[in-house]
Write a protein that binds this ligand. Structure first.
Ligand SMILES: [Zn+2]
Length: 233
């Protein structure tokens, strides 16, 4: 998987791999492992963010011609602001990153551990509509283990950002490597992008699968073993 680079040229303005943003259109891409954030992203309090988002979302609704005095609509800007900051984009804030405690591998379990079918909801950073999918994560202990619920929480933390699936996959994998102090981690994500199914090409049946195989997972026998666990009911 190639990491596309954002290149600015004086003559052409922002271009991605030689294409203009208009030419790229709906084709998804991402520019790096880290979610692109401004340096001052956390100088504003959450309350201030909610206030600003509410006012801006109210303007979007107003421009669309919606009557904000209607009882059904007037609470929407505040609700959207609260949902963005406290729920669906809460994973942008490092304060919300799950705290990971490591335990000694007392059982001496030295095979792969697979946590499969972790349901997650994310949002596409190009269209701000949902990505719905399942993540399967696995690791081989380097002598340390973490609580199973933490695997789930790491997935949820990175899902709660504007995302592209490739970055989500790699961010989860890198976090697991750091937390578990091993390269031997695998992440597979199988997801549906509503920007593909509900609009654009309106393909309702396709799904996108991405994977990251680190360390000892980089062998066809380990990958087959992992896929057997995932496909086993
Ligand atoms: Zn999209």
């Amino acid at each position: 998987m190639s990491i596309k680079t954002l290149i600015q040229t004086k003559k052409n303005g922002y271009r991605l791999n030689g294409f203009t943003f208009d030419e790229v259109g709906d084709d998804h891409m991402f520019t790096g492992l880290e979610t692109p954030m401004k340096a001052d992203a956390f100088q504003t309090t959450n309350d201030e963010k909610k206030k600003q988002i509410s006012s801006l979302f109210q303007q979007i609704m107003d421009v669309l011609g919606l009557d904000l005095t209607d009882d059904s609509l007037k609470g929407t800007p505040d609700r959207v602001a609260k949902m963005y900051v406290e729920e669906i984009f809460s994973g942008l804030d490092p304060k919300n990153k799950p705290k990971i405690a490591l335990f000694d591998n007392k059982y001496q379990y030295n095979q792969m551990l697979v946590e499969k079918d972790i349901t997650f909801y994310s949002n596409c950073e190009h269209h701000f509509v949902p990505i719905i999918g399942k993540a399967h994560v696995a690791y081989i202990s380097s002598g340390k283990v973490i609580g199973l619920s933490k695997l789930n929480r790491i997935v949820q933390y990175y899902a709660k950002r504007p995302q592209v699936q490739e970055r989500l996959t790699n961010q989860i994998a890198e976090e697991l490597k750091t937390a578990l102090q091993t390269e031997d981690v695998a992440v597979i994500i199988d997801a549906k992008h509503l920007c593909v199914s509900s609009r654009g090409v309106q393909d309702d049946t396709s799904a996108t699968v991405t994977s990251h195989y680190g360390g000892r997972f980089n062998s066809s026998s380990k990958i087959n073993e992992l896929l057997n666990y995932i496909n086993h009911n």
